[in-house]
Design a protein around this ligand. Structure first.
Ligand code: SAM
Length: 268
């Protein structure tokens, strides 16, 4: 199936994270707003070699949100991290949560877009992303920008939500994307082609669909368990909308319409 792009702008996405959306996702997933939390951060860290020399590494986290992964990487591996995010409210909160930490001097937060990365060419040893580039419409440009800011020999490591191996009926696909405010999802091979298309060597690609579906079950349970608190904090309409959306994503994950992937690639 030819997957559609959706008309959500960077501002639409930013509004979600500046408002109750960001808080709701934190409630479901924790302050690391990706599937699998700190454990998955550790998996990705090892795959990009932070466990063997992370203290000599300069890493860019594109879509760093509340800075949870940046703090973990700086604290555990001694890595110097730039967290880049387009939503000022997320960036401010990330800074607040980092202030006073013994490793705070290892982290710098920058306001900006992954589509126009505020950094010189050939700056970073590692470019990193977790479950966030689904919010970025122009993935070709994103991957070109990543290539530009990576040093020669540098690594790209990321996970993201993707279309699965089975096509969703069009109306379900539209609803899934509109609920999440996703302008574009890639497939496992779609991302691989973009990565290879800029001249990077793909070292690993993995479909994590089963784990994704299991986590969707968990998010459904957490949401329903927190129903009264969510209604008290955000209102009944928002709860009902969130429940409908999360249950739709849970179904889609179990039907293999959607999935989550991991990619590791090297700039020659
Ligand atoms: C799901 S959260 C990211 C979670 C984060 N990677 C983590 O693991 O904690 C999505 C974030 O992407 C940011 N974002 C969306 N579009 C962006 C863009 N074009 N450039 C930079 N950040 C963007 C949003 O502001 C939001 O904070």
């Amino acid at each position: 199936m030819l997957h559609k792009k959706y008309d959500f702008s960077v501002n639409d996405v930013s509004e979600v994270y500046a408002g109750p959306g960001g808080k709701l996702w934190e409630l479901l997933m924790g302050e690391q707003i990706h599937v699998g939390g700190p454990e998955q951060t550790d998996v990705l860290a090892k795959k990009v070699g932070l466990d063997t020399g992370g203290d000599n590494t300069y890493l860019l986290d594109i879509c760093s949100a509340l800075g949870g992964p940046a703090r973990q990487i700086a604290e555990i591996y001694g890595t110097k991290v730039v967290g880049l995010d387009i939503t000022p409210e997320m960036l401010e909160e990330a800074k607040k949560r980092t202030e006073g930490k013994p490793y705070a001097n290892k982290i710098e937060y920058r306001l900006g877009s992954g589509l126009d990365i505020p950094a010189h060419s050939e700056t970073f040893d590692v470019v990193w992303g977790q479950d966030a580039w689904c919010y970025i419409r122009d993935k070709s440009r994103l991957i070109e920008e990543i290539y530009r800011v990576l040093k020669s020999g540098g690594l790209l490591g990321f996970t993201d939500w993707i279309w699965g191996p089975i096509d969703a009926p069009e109306s379900d696909a539209d609803y899934l994307m509109e609920f999440m405010v996703f302008p574009d999802l890639q497939t496992l091979d779609g991302y691989s082609k973009l990565i290879e298309g800029v001249g990077m060597k793909l070292e690993e690609k993995e479909d994590l669909g089963e784990d994704f579906a299991n986590h969707m079950d968990k998010y459904g349970e957490i949401l329903q368990g927190a129903k009264q608190d969510i209604i008290a904090g955000f209102g009944e309409d928002l709860y009902n909308e969130a429940e409908k959306g999360v249950l739709a994503w849970k179904k889609a994950a179990h039907e293999n319409w959607v999935s989550r992937g991991l990619w590791i690639a090297k700039k020659p």
